[in-house]
Ligand binder design. Structure first.
Ligand SMILES: [Zn+2]
Length: 204
């Protein structure tokens, strides 16, 4: 191979690389769509394993009264601002982990009437600021403190053990997603317009 041939081979190689980049650039809208899909899936990451089998009693937005509630006995009336994830019978006395559905800092970690332990996390979902309420959780199982970050999918801790850690409620996770940066841990509201301040986890 003489020098002219070598130069021709090098030029062809450069042309191939340029063509590859050009074609890659041309396909970028598809790449963006697939990234958006991944983002959508990731924004709905599971707070518990076997998540879909656990949403059996109180989905987001259900209106309940002490008479009509799927949970008996019931003390609440109103529209449910979160999604409840139930535990299985074999988990009654087990440590049941739950996970961060998004990445963000801990805003509150405390006890509250109706919840027992509650943790509030600041996140961004679909480019909007939200605060996440994890209710009926075991505070002593949560090693991190206010101001520290949980990454999406990271285990936060374990569910609270009734009755002391759950304010007397059954063992389950209440997951609320409140729009905006203001913390609101209400589990029920009394009107549809108030309910519009929360997001439905199952529709993310
Ligand atoms: Zn709930």
């Amino acid at each position: 191979m003489n020098n002219i041939h070598k130069i021709a081979v090098v030029l062809l190689a450069i042309a191939a690389v340029v063509a590859f980049h050009f074609l890659s650039f041309k396909s970028s809208p598809d790449v963006q769509i697939s990234n958006a899909r991944i983002g959508a899936i990731r924004s709905r990451i599971a707070p518990m394993d076997k998540m879909d089998q656990r949403i059996t009693k109180k989905p987001f937005g259900i209106y309940i009264t002490p008479k009509t509630s799927p949970v008996q006995p019931e003390k609440f009336t109103g529209y449910h601002t979160g999604t409840d994830f139930e535990t299985f019978p074999e988990e009654a006395n087990a440590d049941v982990p739950f996970f961060a559905i998004c990445s963000g800092k801990i805003l509150q970690k405390r006890t509250a009437t109706g919840y027992g332990g509650v943790l509030v996390q600041s996140c961004t979902i679909n480019n909007e600021p939200v605060t996440i309420v994890y209710g009926h959780v075991s505070l002593k199982s949560i090693i991190k403190n206010i101001g520290e970050t949980f990454n999406q999918g990271e285990q936060i801790g374990f569910l609270g053990q009734p009755p002391a850690e759950t304010s007397g409620e059954r063992k389950h996770l209440h997951l609320g997603i409140h729009k905006g940066t203001a913390v609101d841990i209400k589990g029920y509201v009394q009107s549809q317009s108030e309910l519009s301040g929360w997001l439905d986890f199952q529709k993310l």
